[in-house]
Design a binder for this molecule. Sequence first.
Ligand SMILES: Nc1ncnc2c1ncn2[C@@H]1O[C@H](COP(=O)(O)OP(=O)(O)OP(=O)(O)O)[C@@H](O)[C@H]1O
Length: 792
Amino acid sequence: MLFMPQRALRGSARLTRATRPLHPAQKTWRWSPTSTVASATKQSAPLALLPKKKPDGPSTDLGVIVGRLSQLALPYWQEEKSARWKLAGVVGLTLATTAVSVVFNFLGRDFFTALSEKDEVAFKFQLMKYLAGFALGIPVFVFKSYFQSKLALEWRQWMTERLLTEYLSERTFYGLQQSAEVDNPDQRISSDVANFTDTALGLSLTLLNAAIDLVSFSGILFTIYPPLFAALVLYSVGGTAASVALGKNLVGLNFNQEAREADFRYGLVRVRENAESIAFYGGDQDERALLKQRLQAAVENYLGLLTASRNLDFFTSFYRYMIQLLPAAVVAPLFFQGKIDFGVINQSQSAFNHILNDVSLVIYQIEALAGFSAVVDRLGEFDEAVASRRTQQQQLAERAQAGAPGESDVAAAAATSSGAPSIVGGDDESSLAALPGIELRFQAAAAYAAASAAAAAATASTSTSSSTSTSTSTSSSGGHHGRPLLQVRDLTVATPRGRNVLLSGLDLDLTPGQSLLVMGPSGAGKTSLLRAVAGLWSEGRGSIDVGAPRDDVMFLPQRPYMVLGSLRDQALYPRRHTQQHDDTADAASTSAPASASAVAAASTSTSSAATSASDASPPTPLVPPPTDAEILAVLELVQLGHLVTRYAAGAEGEAASTGNGNGASTSTRGGHIPASALSPAAAKAALDTAADWAASLSLGEQQRLGWARLLLARPRPALALLDEATSALDQETEARLYKVLAESGISYVSVGHRSTLRDFHSSLLQLRADGAGGVTWEVRPLAAAQVAAAAQ
Ligand SMILES: Nc1ncnc2c1ncn2[C@@H]1O[C@H](COP(=O)(O)OP(=O)(O)OP(=O)(O)O)[C@@H](O)[C@H]1O
């Protein structure tokens, strides 16, 4: 039996919690399946089909790595004054550790001299000094290590937050995913940053320590026997050069290891996220094969890493052990000649080891350095990709601003649309190479708020009583009479990187209150048109003018994204311009009637409040979030009331359902009580319930939740883009939801296949395959009577 799910296995943008331990002492990459983290941000594909990494791969150019290192490291120390002070403290402690080492060096000399001279009194005195030295010196080492790790952690938090801000603004995450410029951004943001800050701080302090150590102990060793010092320097400089040459390929291997671990981890995340579909398909074997393939890739690369490390270890081990006896052997003749005390042998051995460690730092740390350069490379690459995306976005915005029509232009262009005769366009492959990009312009928030306020004032002056109004006119939502909400001119839409032209030469207009249905064969470019309007795709040509700010356009996909969180979080996603949820609002009455007009009235009043607030302080008005009563009313409206009663019962037990004193039971869907009849406490408990919503709600319920979000959004969106947003619903529910939407005053563009959708739209954009691989289009009005009837 073969199961066909509603949608094939898909990628998802859900975040996973980082499981990598924040180990402050991590110096180099080690085999550990849990040491890298990947979350779901990359398209699924067998390993062979994964997007190609940058053709040049990891960089081994020292100039590039140093450049990226300073670009990544400097901002924190430049911008955070307190961090500089903390660093100064850690540097002070580091210097103190060197001082402690020097003191121990001399203590050791006197201790062993007293021992060799069999002077018991002196020996006991030296022993006491040694113990006192431990008591004072050891805390210095411990505190240095603690404060160093703490500072690295603070740096990590700062840097991660900065990267998150850049990654999650201007839809950068989407652009990066579409262009496949960098693999596993999630892993770079989580584990690479942690590695970077730990290692950068650790290595810098080690270098500093080594430099001071070198100066201090060179003096000691030089005083004892200058030729020994000279031989040591020569030996270590030669060894460093050899180890750099031998360890060069470790950088690339470390770089790839991070990526392959992330691929493997991501495969596992996908099995968890798509467990039901895979189980229905019976795809265990395929998943196992895919995961084995990814594991194999990680193991093979790690074997390469092990081999390279082994070869390097041969060199470093010989290097390290060959000269263990050297200082004693060289200095011993001086002792035999009576020129030095016995303790001096110990002192020279200790000073020799210190210097050897200092000048051989690169040799001993070569693996850590190789891992670190891979991390610097991956993070630098990511940082540059994010920066270039943002620059592109800014250029697009500037270009759009430069060519933005004034208010009069917008008004003048509003005459056409559904009244126009049918226009037929076609594909234009020859112009593929010269697509300058789509010009997308949104109205500025301040101008929109001012126009909305004017429209609301005009409506108020003609209205007898706003509180009893059930008006379906767009003016109630602050729409702009007669001006186009969406104006498309000579639009050509192409797939990312301009590989394939989907639509070309499209013209259409949509005024507030109007609605457009986009129909056509699968793959014709319906969703892509919505992507272009939402600003996700910019490949192509022509212009799109939206008579509302970008935040006032809301998109409803076929499968809504379910966030991690409570039912309230689901209903209020995304929170636009809102304050944090106010608990005082929760305490509001839950007795609001669950009717479309009530919701429309509530939305209108909130919208108006927002408008007047924005008059005082545009451009980002703070709008109070919907109260629990409003959320319950809307959930009832979209036929999700049963969820509230279900979770109220789960959260509060039987008592939850009797808070209003009627003693009704909440347990069954068949005879469930309305959500609005729950006590405020029970309703709050239900809305605060967290669950795995993507797994526990049916697709139809998820779609209805998407509609609830649309109706609860504050400020109310001016334009909704609905991409097969009712495909999983029965026709009766579909009709009901469109009726509510029409009443809310939100204009909308829908993509769909069902012919019954025509009843709820004022015009139709029909796409057709032209038989030659292209698409033709036609815009025509739909019967107004049907739309009006549907809205009643
Ligand atoms: N990221 C992408 N890169 C390249 N091509 C893409 C990308 N996304 C979609 N396409 C292609 O663009 C074309 C149009 O896709 P689109 O999703 O707009 O079709 P649609 O008309 O909405 O189809 P359906 O009715 O099946 O949902 C398809 O051929 C699709 O394969």
